[in-house]
Design a protein around this ligand. Structure first.
Ligand SMILES: [Zn+2]
Length: 330
């Protein structure tokens, strides 16, 4: 898939291809989080397909597409680090050079993607430079880098640069809104310096933390440590529908964990200990009553009652179940 902010560059490259004006080396740059590597892979797939569509997208069915999808295309090589943060050693480039004199086995393009190109060590960069000085027909080298300034100028000057720009703010917010589960898309985009995929990542990380915090409050209210009214205010700050669906998932998991030692298909497999404790603290009937209360709140969302009152209703019910539990213990 070509992402919305890559469309213009994609069109330009495909036009050059149709006109037989593709360069021997491309440098794909732009901020992190714009999926530059995806752009390079899509371009490689497009060049290795024997029947791309009018927009240059690979057909997905030919032999070239099949080999590319399973990762065994003989005319495609991706050079990268073994571990993030490491350098790309000269051996990787030597391996490529030893193969580069050969013509493409499938009779079309040969494509090598180097990502991130700024991780090339000096020897590897020099070695690459030699191949850039003696280009081979029907071979395209695609360098991908968020920090092109780290590359030797001699390499940069031999590549045609594609600078992928972040999308316009409004378009990015619109694209993000459907992917961040009700969180503030505009705020996330700012936190990610305008790079939409980075914003999605932030959202995923932040959402997980938030979910953990709210589950802590659930346990705290049940144990009488947290004030249900204060907790309701916190629960009401993110998207209420999302929080209530989390809450129903916690109770369902607590029920499953109470019923079986190692139940399959948990909704929150990362929270087993906390959910087990909740399950152990309450009777089955109390858990079902709580679940009913949450479902009722989900059904009522968006009606006359405001969501804060619904959250208070749920958390007061949890607090009441906790108090009953304390009395029993006495
Ligand atoms: Zn194809």
């Amino acid at each position: 898939m070509i992402l919305p902010w890559q469309q213009a560059d994609w069109k330009r490259v495909q036009e050059a291809r149709r006109a037989g004006r593709l360069p021997h080396a491309l440098l794909v740059t732009g901020a992190a989080g714009l999926e530059k590597g995806g752009f390079a892979r899509n371009l490689a797939a497009s060049l290795l397909c024997s029947a791309p569509d009018d927009g240059g997208l690979p057909c997905g069915h030919c032999r070239g597409c099949h080999l590319f999808q399973v990762g065994t295309h003989p005319d495609y090589l991706r050079i990268t680090q073994e571990q993030p943060g490491q350098v790309i050693p000269i051996d990787s480039i030597r391996e490529y050079i030893s193969r580069s004199g050969l013509t493409a086995q499938a009779g079309g393009y040969k494509v090598v993607v180097i990502e991130p190109a700024d991780a090339l060590n000096m020897a590897a960069a020099n070695s690459l430079l030699k191949t850039l000085e003696e280009p081979v027909a029907w071979t395209l080298i695609i360098l991908v880098s968020s920090r092109p300034g780290q590359l030797p100028a001699t390499i940069r000057s031999r590549c045609q640069t594609i600078n992928i720009h972040p999308p316009a703010r409004e378009a990015a917010i619109q694209w993000l809104a459907g992917r961040v589960g009700g969180l503030d898309a505009a705020l996330l985009l700012d936190l990610a310096c305008g790079a939409p995929l980075h914003a999605v990542k932030l959202a995923e990380e932040g959402v997980l933390t938030l979910r953990g915090q709210l589950l802590d409050e659930f346990a705290g209210v049940l144990a009488g440590r947290n004030d249900p009214v204060v907790a309701a205010d916190n629960w009401n700050k993110p998207e209420p529908a999302l929080v209530l669906s989390w809450c129903s998932g916690w109770i369902i998991d607590a029920l499953r964990l109470k019923a079986a030692q190692d139940p399959p298909g948990l909704i929150n497999p990362d929270q087993i200990k906390r959910l087990q404790a909740i399950g152990n603290a309450l009777e089955f009937s109390e858990l079902y009553e709580l679940l009913d209360k949450v479902y009722e709140a989900i059904r009522t969302l968006g009606s006359q009652l405001n969501s804060l009152m619904l959250m208070e209703g749920v958390l007061l019910e949890i607090a009441a179940a906790g108090k009953k539990l304390k009395r029993k213990k006495r």
